[in-house]
Write a protein that binds this ligand. Structure first.
Ligand SMILES: Nc1nc2c(ncn2[C@@H]2O[C@H](COP(=O)(O)OP(=O)(O)OP(=O)(O)O)[C@@H](O)[C@H]2O)c(=O)[nH]1
Ligand SMILES: [Mg+2]
Length: 598
C-alpha cells in the first residue's frame, strides 16, 4: 500500500455528539455498501451492551476508500469512564476529527479528548455536528471551541484549525454553514488535505505497538496497532518486547487489515497501516513487535490512573452457587486478570484482609460495564460499595474531584444548586440561555456516587449531567450520599403481596410479590434514616387458607426498578450487591441476626 495514500484518523468527542453515526455516513458515502444493502445504524457499536445502551464502550477500527486514498478511521468512546481507551488509540492516529454538538457546544469530555490529542501534537479538524437541530447555535459553538483551544495552549499551527459543518444523521457536511451540499465528501476532502500521511521508514527495523485487544472466537486474542516502521509479515521471525521490557521471540500467524467494519487477511503490512494480528495468546496492550536483531520497543503508553475502586468477592449469600457457572475466587481471579490484559485503565490487586480482589477503574460506568459483561458470561460474585482512591501529598489527604456540567430548565436550577451545595460542590460558572441554565461545578468524585438518580428525580428526567475527572484536591470531609435506611428481610422466604402491601407505607420497595429472598436481603428503602427488619412473607398462612386469588385484592405500587448502576451507587459500607447471571440482589453484609424490630 502506498504510504502517502494512507490517512489514519481518530474521531473524538464528548459522549453522544455523533461519532459512530459519522462513521456510518463516511462508509455509506464511500460506496462500501450495495445500494439495496440493509446497514444497521451505528454499525461500529457491535457489542450487545453498546447496542442496548446506545453508547460506544470499546474503540473500534474501520476503513474506507476516498478517491485513491485509504482512510483508516478509529471510532472512540465519548463517555469519560472510557477515556483511557482514547488515550491509547491516539497512538494509531495521525490526526483527529473533533466533533462538537452544534447546540451543546464543547462539554467536559471534549476538553479531555482535545487535551490528549494536543499532547500528541495531532492536527485537528473541527466538525460542528448536528447542525440540523432546530436549537443549533453554530457561531456560539465555534467561539467556545476556539476558546477551548486557547485554554489548552494549542500551538499556533494547531490553533488555526479547519472547520466543517455537518449533520451526521442526515448524511451531509459542508465547508460553510450556508452551503447546501448533501454529501459527506467535504469531510474526506479535509482529511486528505489536513491530516498528513503516516511518517516512518519501510527500511527501518520493524516497530508495531499493540494499542487495543480484540477477541475472535476462531482466532483468539488479537492485537491491534499501527506499523510505525518496517514491514510486518506473517510467519517471519520477530521479537516481541513485553510491558516489563522482556524480549521474547514471536511469530504471528495472521494479519488483518480493516475494510469497512470487517477484518480482511493479508500477508504483510507496511508503514502506516493499522492492522490486527493473531497468533499470540498472551498478547497485551503496550507490547511492541520488533526486529529480533535490532529490537526497538516503543515507549509504554502512559495513561491517567484510576480514581474509583470496588472489591469483587466470591458470593457467600444464602443463594450462592445456585445461578452462576463460575463462582469461585479462582474463577474471579482468572477473569479479572484477563480483563487487565486488554484494559490497562483497570487495576486489580488481591485483598489482604479477605478473599477477593480490589478492582480499580475510572468510574462507576467503567466498573459496572465490567460487572455486566462478567454476569453475562456466567459469573456470580458480590461487590462492595465503590470507594474513591485517596492519596497523600505532603502529609495532606487528597481525593479526586470532577468537573461537573449540568444543563437544566431554569425552573429546576434552585433545587440542583441546593443539592450540590450539600454535597460540597463548588460552583465555577453559571450561564443562562433561552430558558436553560448551564451550571459548572468542581465537586468531589465521592459526592457524585448515586447522585444521578436523585438528579433525574429532581429534574423530572429532563436534566443532563456530565462529569470528567478534574484533579486531586484536599479531602472535603464527610459527605452523606444516602440518608435513608433500608428494609431488610428477617427470613428466607417468598415475598407475599399482602405483606408487601403492609410494608409499602414504610418506604419504597425494590421487589414485588412471589420473589424468593433470603434473610438479610434488602427489599426496599426505609423512609426513615435507620434500617428496619421486616417480614415480607407475613400473612402467608392467611393467604394459604383463603380462597386462591385473594391476593389479587391487594393493590401494590410498582416496585422501584434498580439497574445494576443504581444498585452499586446505592449501597452503604455494610451492604453488598450480589450479582448472578439471572439476578441482582442487595444485601446486608455478614451473619447479622436480622430479628424483627420496628
Ligand atoms: N439531530 C441529529 N442527531 C444526531 C446527529 N448525529 C448523531 N445524532 C444522534 O445522536 C445520538 C448519538 O449518536 P452516536 O453516533 O451514537 O454518538 P457517539 O458520539 O458515537 O456516542 P458515544 O460513542 O457513546 O460517545 C444518536 O441518537 C444519533 O442518532 C446529527 O447530525 N443530528
Ligand atoms: Mg459512538
Amino acid at each position: 500500500m502506498d504510504q502517502n495514500k494512507i490517512r489514519n484518523v481518530a474521531i473524538i468527542a464528548h459522549v453522544d455528539h455523533g461519532k459512530t453515526t459519522m462513521v456510518d455516513q463516511l462508509f455509506k458515502h464511500s460506496g462500501m455498501f450495495r445500494d439495496n444493502q440493509e446497514v444497521t445504524e451505528r454499525l461500529m457499536d457491535s457489542m450487545d451492551l453498546e447496542r442496548e445502551r446506545g453508547i460506544t464502550i470499546a474503540s473500534k477500527n474501520g476503513s474506507y476508500n476516498y478517491k485513491d486514498y485509504w482512510i483508516n478511521i478509529i471510532d472512540t468512546p465519548g463517555h469519560a469512564d472510557f477515556g483511557g481507551q482514547v488515550e491509547r488509540v491516539l497512538r494509531m492516529a495521525d490526526g483527529c476529527l473533533l466533533l462538537v454538538d452544534a447546540q451543546e457546544g464543547p462539554m467536559p469530555q471534549t476538553y479531555f479528548v482535545l487535551k490528549k490529542a494536543l499532547s500528541h501534537h495531532l492536527p485537528i479538524i473541527v466538525v460542528i455536528n448536528k447542525i440540523d437541530k432546530p436549537a443549533a447555535r453554530c457561531e456560539w459553538v465555534m467561539d467556545q471551541v476556539f476558546d477551548l483551544f486557547v485554554k489548552l495552549n494549542a500551538p499556533d499551527e494547531l490553533l488555526d484549525f479547519p472547520v466543517i459543518y455537518a449533520s451526521a444523521k442526515e448524511g451531509y457536511a459542508n465547508f460553510e454553514l450556508a452551503d447546501t451540499g448533501r454529501s459527506m465528501a467535504p469531510v474526506s476532502e479535509m482529511i486528505v488535505k489536513h491530516i498528513p500521511p503516516p511518517v516512518g521508514s519501510p527500511e527501518a527495523p520493524l516497530q508495531m505497538q499493540v494499542n487495543t485487544i480484540d477477541y475472535s472466537q476462531y482466532l483468539g486474542r488479537m492485537g491491534i496497532g499501527k506499523v510505525v516502521n518496517g514491514t510486518l509479515r506473517t510467519n517471519s521471525n520477530m521479537a516481541v518486547v513485553k510491558r516489563d521490557g522482556k524480549i521474547v521471540p514471536a511469530r504471528i500467524t495472521k494479519i488483518f487489515r480493516f475494510e469497512c467494519d470487517r477484518k480482511v487477511p493479508t500477508d504483510e503490512a507496511g508503514v502506516g497501516e493499522i492492522v490486527a494480528v493473531a497468533g499470540l495468546e498472551d498478547i497485551t496492550v503496550g507490547v511492541t513487535f520488533t526486529d529480533p536483531d535490532d529490537p526497538r520497543p516503543l515507549p509504554l503508553i502512559e495513561i491517567d490512573p484510576p480514581t474509583l475502586s470496588m472489591n469483587f468477592i466470591p458470593n457467600d449469600s444464602p443463594f450462592a452457587g445456585l445461578e452462576g457457572k463460575f463462582v469461585t475466587s479462582r474463577h474471579l481471579e482468572e477473569r479479572l486478570r484477563r480483563e487487565t490484559l486488554s484494559d490497562v485503565a483497570l487495576v486489580v490487586t488481591p485483598l489482604t484482609d479477605a478473599v477477593g480482589y480490589k478492582v480499580s477503574g475510572r468510574g462507576e460506568l467503567h466498573l459496572s460495564i465490567l460487572i455486566e459483561k462478567m454476569r453475562r458470561e456466567g459469573y456470580e460474585f458480590q461487590v462492595t460499595r465503590p470507594q474513591v482512591i485517596m492519596r497523600e501529598e505532603n502529609g495532606q489527604l487528597m481525593e479526586p474531584y470532577e468537573e461537573l456540567t449540568i444543563d437544566v430548565d431554569e425552573a429546576f436550577k434552585g433545587v440542583v444548586i441546593e443539592k450540590l451545595g450539600n454535597l460540597k460542590g463548588h460552583m465555577l460558572d453559571m450561564t443562562q440561555d433561552r430558558g436553560m441554565a448551564r451550571l459548572t461545578y468542581k465537586i468531589p468524585t465521592r459526592s457524585l456516587l448515586g447522585f444521578r438518580s436523585q438528579f433525574m428525580t429532581d429534574t423530572k428526567g429532563l436534566g443532563i449531567m456530565n462529569y470528567v475527572f478534574a484533579e486531586y484536591g484536599p479531602y472535603a470531609g464527610d459527605i452523606v450520599n444516602r440518608v435513608n435506611g433500608v428494609l431488610v428481610s428477617m427470613e428466607t422466604c417468598t415475598t407475599v403481596a399482602y405483606a408487601l402491601f403492609n410494608l409499602q407505607d414504610r418506604g419504597r420497595l425494590f421487589l414485588g410479590p412471589g420473589i424468593k429472598i433470603y434473610k438479610g436481603q434488602i427489599i426496599g428503602e426505609n423512609s426513615r434514616n435507620a434500617d428496619m427488619v421486616v417480614n415480607p412473607a407475613k400473612g402467608k398462612k392467611l393467604t394459604n387458607m383463603r380462597a386462591s386469588g385473594s391476593d389479587e385484592n391487594v393493590v401494590l405500587t410498582p416496585p422501584v426498578n434498580m439497574s445494576l448502576e443504581d444498585c452499586i451507587a446505592y449501597i452503604n459500607d455494610d451492604e453488598l450487591v450480589e450479582i448472578t447471571p439471572q439476578t441482582i440482589r442487595l444485601r446486608k453484609k455478614g451473619e447479622a441476626n436480622f430479628k424483627k424490630r420496628g
